[in-house]
Design a protein around this ligand. Structure first.
Ligand SMILES: [Zn+2]
Length: 59
């Protein structure tokens, strides 16, 4: 009794959270999840850095 399942919070791996830009020079800038639909590159949700424009798949 009294035991309830611990809820493990994701650590910045999944969409819905923020991610920090890995680029040198803006390593504490939060990236925003943006959905891209395009043909020459994979579509989907990517993290986009406001500062340097770096993008990265959310998976
Ligand atoms: Zn950046």
């Amino acid at each position: 009794m009294g035991t309830r399942p611990a809820k493990i919070a994701g650590r910045g791996r999944d969409a819905g959270k923020t991610k920090i830009c890995p680029q040198a020079g803006c390593n504490s800038v939060a990236m925003t999840a943006v959905k891209f639909v395009r043909q020459t590159q994979p579509s989907g949700i990517f993290w986009l850095c406001d500062k340097c424009g770096h993008e990265q798949p959310t998976r």
